[in-house]
Design a protein around this ligand. Structure first.
Ligand SMILES: *Cc1c(COP(=O)(O)O)cnc(C)c1O
Length: 351
């Protein structure tokens, strides 16, 4: 037996670059606006002496605030260190049958990594020619289902009746709907379905619509039995996942609904304007309901555009996966940032 035979080896998830210099950063779907003013105020006035103590393991303040926001019971909410933490814990807790877990072939690439890490078998279901989910693919024997809605990196939203059909076809496995981008959709969240389907878990994050990627807060909503199982796993792993500053700042963000609505609306408006500009430049893209646009140009190579933009200090996301290598995933920034992107594309494509 060699040393390496005793090691859990995985191919890790590769996040988008976080350059240390100042660039037009449209590559990791962060929010271009600051968090709610109450967050900065809470950080300014925070009593460092409070850090001597462990935080509340039940994270009651934030959980209760989220429960009011989602119009559910606090026992139906689970919080974690970003939705990546919540999702990882959910894979560990819910996907244990030994049967393959199902998710789309073009989707958040972390799902594969967690499945590999926890040795959960999985099968990827191809999207249809318009890049929508094919619900028929999710009507077979499986060990659980997960997909984002809106999907990433396509930005496409699936109507709740599609999700309900998948839930009804799979009463004995957990179906996770990853709503990282739901606040930009202007469409209903699957949270409204949790009392009707006891196999539904919905996750959301503070990293995108709440401008707090650096604070690491995510949460799940589901019936209390599912949430109870998640908590059991979490307390067996690390009782204190949420830091005190995260609990305080997260609560401030949830309580300021007016600010949240204002910044979200601004991003949606810039997204719709950006779609027009991209179409004028000849780009093709699925009709995004998220804070990014997944676009390709029939005449210009995706990898070439990615590199040429990067040379001009404009960062977008690009993958080498064959099915999507012609595409760029462009985060919706401020109108000024997007104008810089369009000016650069104009220059690159007119040479
Ligand atoms: C960004 C993202 C997440 C994770 O976000 P956190 O920062 O960990 O909360 C989860 N799922 C999808 C689809 C995402 O795009």
């Amino acid at each position: 037996m060699r040393l390496e035979d005793n090691i859990r080896r995985v191919t890790p998830y590769v996040p988008g670059e976080q350059p240390q210099k100042k660039v037009v950063k449209l590559n990791t779907n962060e929010n271009p606006y600051p968090p709610a003013p109450g967050v900065a105020e809470a950080l300014r006035t925070m009593d460092a002496d409070r850090l001597r103590l462990y935080p509340d393991p039940e994270v009651r303040m934030l959980t209760e605030s989220l429960a009011r926001y989602c119009q559910v019971d606090p026992e139906e909410v689970f919080v974690g260190v970003g939705s990546d933490d919540v999702l990882s814990m959910s894979f560990l807790t819910f996907f244990n049958s030994g049967k393959p877990v199902l998710f789309p072939d073009i989707t958040y690439s972390f799902y594969k990594v967690w499945a590999d890490l926890y040795r959960i078998p999985y099968e990827c279901c191809p999207l249809d020619e318009k890049m929508h989910l094919r619900k028929e693919d999710y009507k077979r024997d499986n060990g659980g289902i997960i997909f984002p809605n809106p999907n990433a990196p396509t930005g496409l939203y699936e109507e709740l009746d599609v999700i309900e059909e998948i839930l009804k076809s799979n009463p004995n496995v957990v179906v996770i709907v990853d709503e990282a981008y739901i606040d930009f959709a202007g469409k209903p969240s699957a949270v409204s379905l949790i009392h009707r389907y006891d196999n539904l878990l919905v996750t959301q994050t503070f990293s995108k619509s709440r401008s707090m990627a650096g604070m690491r807060i995510g949460f799940a909503v589901g019936n209390r039995r599912l949430i109870g199982w998640l908590k059991d796993a979490k307390y067996s792993f690390n009782s204190y996942t949420m830091s005190w500053p995260a609990i305080v700042c997260g609560t401030e963000a949830v309580e300021d609904r007016a600010y949240f609505q204002k910044t979200t609306e601004k991003i949606i408006a810039v997204r719709e304007w950006s779609k027009k500009k991209l179409a004028e430049l000849g780009f093709e893209f699925p009709d995004s309901s998220a804070n990014f646009i997944f676009a390709k140009h029939p005449e210009y190579d995706g990898g070439m555009l990615f590199s040429a933009l990067k040379e001009r200090q404009i960062y977008v996301r690009h993958w080498e996966q064959p099915e999507i290598r012609q595409y760029l995933r462009i985060t919706v920034g401020t109108k000024e940032e997007m104008q810089k992107l369009f000016d650069a594309l104009d220059e690159i494509m007119n040479k």
